[in-house]
Design a protein around this ligand. Structure first.
Ligand SMILES: [Mg+2]
Length: 259
């Protein structure tokens, strides 16, 4: 088995190193990861600058791009082969609820899915990110890799796995939960008396809804959420049909370029 690993915390992250150790028993592991922290870059793709890859040690590539760049470059440029699986993580901190679209960790798994490669994202919900703290999550990752290899994944589907701190109680299938962002922007003054703003420094909480990722991890369980790329809200589609949207913008004749 050929497994491609990436993350958004950068190639020197303890979570990535322990993940590589755990899954290396399953086959050849190739790491293609950002050369620095790239958390919260979402699904960003570098289109207007060259990318450079440096092989730190055999099969460990540091790229000056985003997690999505790493998956794309890894598969099309460095491996020159389609891996059997892509695993992204293990992230320093959970990726649950409405946080998912900010996450570079989750986006890397999404990118692999776009390329038809089975993938999952791994995140650790903890405030301790020492090598020891990642041990249980790395074991979970190995089990997930074996399970995904055995069963495959439904088309256009990838998994978002979140692991609680310490020894998990068990494992649960979940749905995406609901984040509560309070005081989303903090305003302060710098030493020169000028205002500055900091996003994401406010209190974070979540709605305690049954069956959600937050709910499972809060109870000490590993959360496994199947995600897909189609963001269409099908229920809303039915409701919006009742709008009977008008195309009356056509009634004023052609725009200038068409004349
Ligand atoms: Mg991160």
């Amino acid at each position: 088995m050929l497994i491609l690993l990436t993350n958004d915390d950068g190639i020197h992250s303890a979570g990535l190193r322990i993940l590589a150790e755990q899954v290396s028993t399953l086959g050849r592991v190739v790491v293609v990861a950002p050369d620095r922290e790239r958390s919260a870059v979402g699904h960003a793709l570098t289109l207007h600058a060259p990318l450079r890859a440096h092989e730190h040690q055999p099969d460990w590539w540091a790229v000056d791009g985003t997690p999505t760049d790493c998956v794309s470059l890894g598969i099309h440029g460095l491996l020159k082969a389609t891996p059997d699986m892509v695993i992204s993580g293990i992230n320093r901190g959970a990726n649950m609820g409405d946080d998912l679209t900010y996450s570079g960790t989750v986006a890397a798994a999404m990118e692999a899915t776009l390329m038809g490669v089975p993938a999952f994202a791994m995140s650790l919900d903890s405030s301790d990110f020492t090598a020891e703290a990642f041990q249980w999550a790395a074991r979970v990752a190995r089990t997930m890799a074996v399970t995904v290899c055995e069963h495959g994944l439904p088309a256009d589907t990838f998994l978002n796995v979140n692991v609680p701190a310490g020894r998990p109680n068990g494992i649960r299938l979940t749905r995406q939960g609901k984040r509560i962002y309070e005081g989303a922007v903090v305003q302060k003054s710098d030493p020169r008396g000028n205002d500055y703003y900091w996003i994401g420094a406010g209190e974070l909480s979540f709605q305690d809804l049954d069956g959600t990722d937050f709910n499972a991890v809060e109870a000490g369980d590993v959360s496994v959420t199947p995600l897909h790329l189609d963001l269409t809200n099908y229920a809303a589609l039915e409701r919006l049909r009742q709008w009977q949207m008008s195309a009356d913008f056509l009634a004023d004749g052609d725009v200038e370029a068409d004349e």
